[in-house]
Ligand binder design. Structure first.
Ligand code: SF4
Length: 349
């Protein structure tokens, strides 16, 4: 997570979440949990890192493993409830209410298609993230579901006034529609646009991946027109899976990155639908522990090794920014098979 507006202007709609994550991280080593409650999904997005939903035994009772109790003891990290489509799971609303009752900060990432379920939990959420890829026909082609664009717009209209995020993926096809997304965001008072880099995994096509130069142009646009000139109001721009975007932005806009970016092995973990603790939802084959014993996963060799910037190799190992940035460990692994290798997508190298 790289919050451009917050880094430049000092605060934004995500500042409260940053505080929560930092406080929990310094208490126990865990600041952000991405909790994928199911792999099941009612859409088939062309960029999804999951190829297909696998009919495996997912957790049916969230109390079974005492996950919420453990997370509470570990300092109440920021919780992202995600999937698949998390609202397809009948137990998800109860989980969200339970987290809220215990004063966690909870963000739901949903495709917006299950409007009744979404409305029923909206008041318990601190932020609701909905996907948008471009205008109606384009969006529906990406998701593979006709009417999916309208589901998102209806959800944005229904939830206007709440803390909302539009999430998208940056690819050769979607980047042309960034202004459309910002226009929609402005119309519905959306506080954050989350732009995630595309990974060559699952259904994604590697020909759609943006080059470094295309990414730099995109960040320049965000810095100049969105953050400095505020063409679309005070919207936050959150860049996902691209930590070096923070370093590149700091060089372009002349500021210092003060907050260490939370990443795999350093504050961020994922809980899988089957109850495994993972370094990241994108690294499903790298299990670091069992959700029955989250603390043990944080003390595992792999979590410690990946989190320590002194272990990094290649350009990341030699980089003066490795403590604040550290590169994407997900990309190092996906592109080269080495978790400690260099981030091949670094925007300053
Ligand atoms: S070399 Fe690695 S640590 Fe340095 S800025 Fe690039 S991605 Fe970040």
């Amino acid at each position: 997570m790289v919050h451009l507006r917050s880094m430049i202007k000092g605060s934004s709609s995500v500042s409260r979440g940053e505080e929560v994550a930092d406080r929990s991280h310094s208490k126990s080593g865990i600041g952000v949990v991405i909790w994928n409650v199911t792999y099941d999904c009612n859409m088939r997005c062309s960029h999804c890192y999951q190829s297909e939903w696998r009919p495996i035994r997912e957790l049916s009772d969230f109390n079974e493993l005492r996950i919420v109790d453990q997370l509470e003891e570990l300092g109440k990290p920021l919780i992202f409830i995600s999937g698949g489509e998390p609202l397809l799971k009948s137990q998800t609303p109860q989980l969200i209410r339970e987290l809220k009752a215990r004063d966690f900060r909870v963000i739901l990432s949903t495709n917006g298609s299950l409007s009744g379920a979404l409305r029923s939990v909206a008041d318990s959420l601190d932020n609701i993230a909905l996907p948008l890829y471009g205008p109606e026909e384009f969006h529906d082609t990406i998701t593979g579901v006709k009417g999916s664009y309208n589901s998102v717009i209806n959800a944005l209209r229904d939830l206007k006034g709440m803390n909302l995020t539009i999430k998208t993926v940056a690819s050769r096809s979607t980047v042309k529609h960034i202004r459309h997304l910002l226009d929609v965001a402005s119309r519905y008072d959306v506080s954050t646009l989350y732009v995630c880099d595309l990974l060559p995994e699952g259904r994604a096509s590697s020909s759609e991946i943006l080059s470094k130069e295309e990414w730099r142009k995109l960040i320049d646009f965000f810095l100049q027109e969105v953050i400095m000139e505020e063409e679309y109001g005070e919207i936050e721009i959150d860049i996902g899976l691209h930590p070096s975007a923070a370093i590149y932005a700091s060089m372009r806009a002349g500021f210092e990155v003060k907050r260490r970016i939370m990443r795999e092995g350093r504050g961020l973990i994922s809980i899988s639908p089957t109850g495994d603790v993972l370094l990241s939802p994108y690294l499903g084959d790298l299990r670091i522990g069992d959700a029955r014993r989250i603390k043990e996963a944080l003390e595992s060799d792999i979590y410690r090794e990946v989190g320590d910037a002194r272990n990094l190799k290649g350009v990341c190992g030699d980089c003066p920014f490795k403590e604040v940035c550290g590169g994407s460990r997900v990309k190092a692994y996906v592109y080269s098979g080495d978790l400690l290798g260099e981030d091949p997508t670094c925007l300053i190298n």
